[in-house]
Design a protein around this ligand. Structure first.
Ligand SMILES: NC(=O)c1ccc[n+]([C@@H]2O[C@H](COP(=O)([O-])OP(=O)(O)OC[C@H]3O[C@@H](n4cnc5c(N)ncnc54)[C@H](O)[C@@H]3O)[C@@H](O)[C@H]2O)c1
Length: 256
C-alpha cells in the first residue's frame, strides 16, 4: 500500500515561511519528506531559530514584494534544490482600523504584500513551469474572511477575496499547462497575526470568542494539515478549490 502522504518527490517553496503559521507548515511538509525552501524577510539567524532543522529545509531571504528579488529567490532555489513543483503564496499582513480611520499608506502596503506579491510569486512560478514543460501546483493562503465582512480589517478581507480570485484565475487559465491552483482558508489561528489582535484588542477577543463555533482558536497544525493534503496525491484532481479549515467561523453570524 503506497503512503499517500509521502512528499519525498516534492520541492516546495513557501513565502512567509518563518512566520507563526509558515514555520509549522514547513515542519509538517518536511517531516513528510518534502524538500522545503522557506522564504521570508527576517535575518537568516532568526529564520534558523524558527525553522525545523534538517537536510531537506533551506532558508532563502528575499522580499516577496520585489520582482527582482523574486527572480533571485527562484534562481537561488533552482541552483540549490531545483525548480519547485509546489509554490505556496503564504506571506501576508493585517491592520486593524475602522474603515473611516484606515490609513491609505497601510492600505497600499497590505495590498502590495497580500495581493501583488502573491501574483508576482505565482506568475514567476508559472513562467518557469511553462518554459520547462513541467506541471506545478500553486497554493494561496486566503482566509475565512475572504467571504465575510469581519469588522475592522476590511482591506484585509478584500485582499483575501482578491487572492481567492487570483487562485481561481490561475487555475482556469493554466489548467492546459497542467498547472493547478488551490487555496487554504484558515479561521482564527492562535498564533501570529490573529493572536496579536486577540491579546491586544479586547473588543476583537470578545467578537472572536463568539465567532468560533468550535469554541477554541485554531492550531497552526490544523492549517499545515490542509497544506499536506493539497500537496499529496490525494488532492491530485483538485484545482480552483478553497479548502476551508476554520472551525465553522464562516458560519458567522450565528444565531445568538
Ligand atoms: N493568524 C491567523 O489567524 C490567520 C488566519 C487566516 C489566514 N492567515 C494567513 O496566514 C498567513 C500567515 O499568517 P501568520 O499569522 O503566520 O503571520 P506572521 O506575521 O506570523 O507571518 C507572516 C510572515 O511573512 C513574512 N513577511 C513579511 N513581509 C514579507 C515579504 N515582503 N517577503 C517575504 N516574507 C515576508 C514575515 O516576516 C512573517 O514571518 C498570512 O497570509 C495570513 O493572512 C492567518
Amino acid at each position: 500500500m503506497p503512503d499517500l502522504l509521502d512528499l519525498s518527490d516534492k520541492k516546495i517553496l513557501i513565502t512567509g515561511g518563518a512566520g507563526a503559521i509558515g514555520r509549522v507548515v514547513v515542519d509538517v511538509l518536511s517531516s513528510h519528506g518534502a524538500t522545503v525552501v522557506a522564504n521570508d524577510v527576517v535575518a537568516a539567524a532568526d529564520a534558523h531559530a524558527a525553522l525545523p532543522h534538517g537536510e531537506n529545509v533551506r532558508y532563502i531571504q528575499a522580499d516577496a514584494t520585489d520582482a527582482a528579488e523574486v527572480e533571485r529567490l527562484y534562481a537561488a532555489m533552482e541552483q540549490t534544490v531545483g525548480l519547485p513543483n509546489v509554490v505556496c503564496c503564504h506571506t501576508g499582513m493585517v491592520g486593524a482600523y475602522s474603515v473611516q480611520d484606515y490609513p491609505l499608506a497601510e492600505f497600499d502596503s497590505l495590498m502590495n504584500l497580500n495581493v501583488r506579491s502573491s501574483f508576482v510569486i505565482a506568475q514567476t512560478a508559472a513562467k518557469r513551469w511553462i518554459a520547462a514543460g513541467t506541471p506545478g501546483l500553486l497554493i494561496f493562503t486566503t482566509s475565512w474572511v475572504q467571504d465575510v465582512p469581519w469588522p475592522e480589517i476590511t482591506p484585509y478581507n478584500a485582499s483575501k477575496a482578491a487572492m481567492k480570485a487570483l487562485m481561481r484565475g490561475f487555475a482556469r487559465e493554466l489548467a492546459p499547462h497542467n498547472i493547478r491552483a488551490n487555496a487554504v482558508a484558515p479561521g482564527i489561528v492562535g498564533v501570529g497575526m490573529a493572536k496579536r489582535q486577540w491579546d491586544t484588542d479586547p473588543s476583537y477577543q470578545a467578537r472572536a470568542r463568539k465567532a468560533i463555533p468550535l469554541g477554541q482558536m485554531q492550531t497552526p497544525e490544523s492549517v499545515a494539515h490542509a497544506f499536506l493534503y493539497l500537496c499529496s496525491p490525494l488532492a491530485a484532481y483538485m484545482t480552483g478549490s478553497v479548502l476551508l479549515v476554520d472551525g465553522g467561523c464562516s458560519l458567522y453570524p450565528m444565531d445568538e
